[in-house]
Design a protein around this ligand. Structure first.
Ligand code: S3P
Length: 201
């Protein structure tokens, strides 16, 4: 029996019909690290929105926040998301606050939205060494700030099509969780996402 060629498309690819997969979730939830292996498995492209924002602005994210404030950053983020939404067959790692601007949902809902949701403790652990790249957390008490942001955003993240509670899985394992759970939201009749699903570890 001959071996399947390595380029054999993933079985989910045709069911996705080119729709983008948008990974949403708080800073430190693993969107960028798990997005890459997920894209690779599907034969999709991968886009990390934050570096695109930096490229478009010609400035680092902390610089944009310092000079234009959060509102200025959100305006560029929305513009970048619109441009990404014109493309297809992408896994997109979004910035944690993309869900806060209602107009962004017009783009997100054209694809499939996946919420990666580690516990607040895990998020803090991961972010501890890394707050300088995340201006919203450069406060006197990043833990408290993170909790406040979570309170504000969890109702928005809940708008995702798929909710994955992650614990200590590797990026590859999270990508596999996504692949394993995607069929539950892909209706075989028309390929549109069905009711939101929550899955743990
Ligand atoms: C932000 C998250 C960051 C970045 C910016 C704002 C947020 O992206 O977009 O600092 O509001 O949560 P990551 O979620 O990739 O860290």
């Amino acid at each position: 029996m001959s071996e399947q060629p390595q380029t054999e498309p993933h079985p989910l690819r045709s069911r996705l019909g080119g729709r983008n997969l948008y990974l949403v979730g708080m800073m430190g939830s693993g969107k960028s690290s798990s997005g890459r292996p997920l894209a690779k498995a599907l034969g999709y492209g991968f886009v990390d929105a934050d570096p695109v924002i930096e490229q478009v602005a010609g400035r680092s994210i902390p610089q944009i926040f310092a000079e234009d404030g959060e509102a200025g950053f959100r305006a560029i983020e929305a513009q970048v998301l619109q441009a990404i939404g014109q493309r297809h067959s992408l896994v997109v790692a979004t910035g944690g606050g993309v869900v806060t601007k209602p107009e962004n949902w017009g783009v997100l809902h054209q694809g499939i939205v996946i919420w990666l949701d580690p516990s607040p403790e895990q998020l803090l652990n991961r972010l501890e060494s890394d707050t300088t790249q995340r201006p919203l957390l450069t406060t006197d008490n990043p833990g408290e700030t993170l909790h406040a942001l979570l309170q504000e955003r969890v109702p928005l993240y809940k708008e995702a099509d798929l909710h994955l509670q992650v614990t200590d899985q590797s990026a590859e394992q999270v990508a596999t969780m996504v692949l394993n759970n995607l069929p539950s939201i892909l209706r075989s009749d028309q390929g549109a996402p069905g009711a939101p699903q929550t899955t743990g570890g």
